[in-house]
Design a protein around this ligand. Structure first.
Ligand SMILES: [Zn+2]
Length: 291
């Protein structure tokens, strides 16, 4: 139950971790029950939210089958939008020993949104378009497993120079009264042609003209963080380009499935769909685990 996945520590650390397996498991159980007893219920996070576990001497952080390096000493956990309500266990390693804490994932808190599209072929897809979307989704999903060195710090930069209020992350969507996938990014209304800026340094991992997202740019910022910019009128970069924070990636438009010119900005971190507004402006009430 407490066997550590391969977390990429040095061979000597890995051996130490294995030989200390039972001790690690016992400590983990004691640690988890202590934190619950001392502080009441485990902290709660919304699906699509973030949790921070501050600590010292942390080698590695982990959730499910992924592990990563701490960020400025702390472990950050991205909780995927479609995580069901319940309890999840987050991990970290110190001196080769695994420590765990429970986090409660709350009920799905986002609104329902009804959108009318005149172009019904974007709601009820032809067989050909269904196959196209499947191919595109497979190419895009390959990005979530990229593992490059981190090239960002939090908070991220804004994707538009004068970022208007926006969002609607997580909204459950009905297009022409038919239920469709929830909204996994934040929308910002802006004039067509407004420059779109990279939120951090990184490598352009994918560009293209996709069925739903339209003209799109995906940037890999390392540490499993991918930012994405949809519905562009023009793309200013090419796959493989190294970009700086604030560099122009393209221009606002309404390509793909969009009802007007706007930027759809989204992020995946360690594979999880999280509210990108949290990374642009770190909230003061972000759930923090006891050190
Ligand atoms: Zn959107």
């Amino acid at each position: 139950m407490f066997r550590s996945p391969d977390h990429g520590l040095s061979p000597s650390r890995r051996r130490a971790s294995r030989s200390a397996g039972w001790r690690s498991a016992t400590l983990a159980i004691v640690f988890a029950s202590l934190s619950v007893e001392a502080y009441g219920l485990a902290p709660q996070v919304a699906p699509g939210g973030l949790v921070r576990w501050p600590g010292e001497g942390v080698d590695r952080c982990g959730l499910q089958d992924r592990t990563w390096l701490p960020l400025a000493g702390d472990c950050w956990y991205a909780i995927d939008l479609l995580t069901p309500q319940g309890t999840i266990t987050v991990s970290r390693w110190r001196e080769g020993l695994r420590e765990v804490q429970d986090v409660r994932v709350g009920a799905y808190p986002y609104e329902v949104q009804y959108i009318t599209l005149e172009n019904d072929s974007q709601v009820n897809l032809s067989q050909e378009n269904l196959e196209r979307v499947r191919r595109e989704n497979a190419a895009i999903a390959a990005l979530w497993r990229r593992d490059s060195p981190r090239s960002f710090a939090l908070p991220l930069g804004a994707p538009l120079e004068n970022l208007p209020a926006g969002g609607r992350f997580g909204s459950r969507r009905f297009f022409n009264n038919q239920p469709r996938n929830p909204h996994t990014g934040a929308d910002f209304a802006a004039d067509a042609g407004t420059p779109i800026l990279s939120v951090a340094a990184g490598t352009v991992a994918l560009t293209g003209d996709f069925f739903f997202p339209g003209k799109s740019v995906f940037v890999d910022h390392g540490d499993g963080l991918i930012s994405m910019y949809f519905h562009l009128s023009g793309i200013a970069v090419e796959m493989g380009d190294e970009v700086d924070r604030g560099e122009i990636l393209g221009l606002v438009g309404q390509s793909g499935r969009a009802t007007g010119p706007h930027l759809h900005f989204g992020v995946r971190w360690h594979g999880a769909r999280v509210d990108p507004l949290l990374l642009l402006d770190l909230p003061e009430d972000l759930p923090v685990l006891t050190p």
